[in-house]
Design a protein around this ligand. Structure first.
Ligand SMILES: *Cc1c(COP(=O)(O)O)cnc(C)c1O
Length: 379
């Protein structure tokens, strides 16, 4: 069986977890701090804050940029449901905007048209690791003085051409970027997330909110030479990453450049092999983006049934997933009005298939995936 993905973890990660466990400090502490510093360096960000997941990262990001009950936040429907849920956690309404069909990312023209007096922020997703058109989205956000939160859940190690320079996603190019370390992403800590920003006032708020709103961290109080009484000026959350996770994350981060390089070669090889499948839509990077290929998504030829293709491939020993979900089609969002049509989002969910791609994937495995897809499409 060829799986859809496979975490790239081994002995170094196991050793790191052991080190943290035997250190006597397992919750947020020195490993988390070291992971944050390394992550900030890796993406070129001034500050990084580790949390329990990208979902909790998105929640905190929206809170610190000022999203409050009754506000509207512009988001793509075509994303994992956590993107929209984070808006709801703030008591705000996600306003679903359609994607550009060939990038699976927010269409900046439609975003601009959707801004209302109640719009408070925008979440720009780098779907499947392919950077969204940040240059245009940031320009729209600046024109309306809206903060822009990047949902970079899938995009660790992806790059964008910015002022003539290749830069890593997460500096951030918007106002705050949120990453995921779920096992389905390129690097993992089991579960986990990271926020990056250039604003030190926001970073202080983020660090406080992730730890119950507490005025000092556990590590500071533990290391203090004088008695410290903490305060709770605001209602916070327990969104901490553990030191066990962070120790694993440090090892994963070391691997990231190599993993991205390998995934880019695998994607290139798919691009060549898939030319033999007639009328199949292959994913393309715009000249200003370098994807980490967290997912490899193809568009089926018109008239070919998605479920039958996926079943035929499964019968041939190849796991696939359908196109990225549309949040507006789920019961959790069915009751809210849909002011903007979402034809490209729905077509992408119904007409795309994600193919297996993981570190260590062999040429034979890729050839088998392509052969089974070709047979399934021409049946
Ligand atoms: C995976 C994912 C999330 C959620 O990440 P978690 O770390 O599992 O909370 C959010 N947004 C997008 C686009 C994702 O792919």
């Amino acid at each position: 069986m060829i799986p859809i993905s496979r975490p790239a973890m081994g002995e170094p990660e196991a050793q790191a977890a052991r080190r943290a466990i035997l250190s006597g400090w397992t919750t947020q502490g020195p490993e988390v701090q070291a992971f944050e510093e390394a992550f900030a360096r890796a993406v070129g960000a001034p500050y990084a804050c580790a949390v329990s997941s990208c979902t909790t990262a998105l929640h905190l990001a929206l809170l610190v940029v000022g999203v409050r009950p009754g506000d509207e936040v512009i988001v793509p429907s075509h994303s994992f449901i956590a993107t929209a849920n984070a808006v709801r956690y703030c008591g705000a309404t996600p306003v679903f905007i359609d994607i550009e069909p060939h990038s699976w990312n927010l269409d900046p023209v439609l975003v601009e048209r959707a801004v209302t007096p109640r719009t408070r922020a925008m979440i720009a997703v780098h779907q499947m690791g392919l950077p969204c058109d940040l240059r245009r989205l940031v320009a729209v956000a600046r024109r309306f003085e809206l903060p822009i939160v990047e949902d970079a859940a899938c995009a660790a190690g992806s790059q964008i051409l910015w002022n003539g320079q290749w830069q890593t996603i997460g500096r951030p190019h918007g106002d705050i970027a949120c990453f995921s370390f779920h096992p389905r992403k390129v690097i993992s800590t089991g579960d986990g997330g990271m926020l990056t920003t250039a604003r030190d006032d926001w970073m202080r708020q983020l660090r406080r909110l992730r730890q119950h709103g507490m005025s000092v961290s556990d590590a500071t109080r533990h290391g203090a030479k004088e008695v410290v009484f903490e305060h709770y000026p605001t209602v916070g959350f327990n969104y901490r990453m553990t030191d066990i996770q962070a120790a694993v994350g440090r090892e994963q981060l070391e691997r990231l450049p190599g993993l991205v390089q390998e995934r880019r070669l695998l994607a290139q090889r798919y691009d060549t092999l898939l030319q033999q499948v007639p009328r199949l839509g292959r994913p393309q990077e715009p000249p200003w983006a370098r994807s980490n290929w967290q997912s490899y998504c193809v568009r089926l030829p018109a008239g070919v049934a998605q479920r039958q293709v996926m079943q035929a491939m499964l019968d041939a020993g190849v796991a696939t997933r359908r196109g990225i979900m549309c949040s507006h089609r789920e019961a959790a969002y069915a009751s809210q009005p849909l002011p903007h049509p979402l034809p490209h989002s729905e077509a992408a969910q119904d007409g795309c298939v994600l193919l297996p791609l993981y570190a260590g994937m062999t040429t034979d495995e890729q050839a088998h995936v392509v052969a089974s897809l070709g047979q399934a499409c021409t049946r």
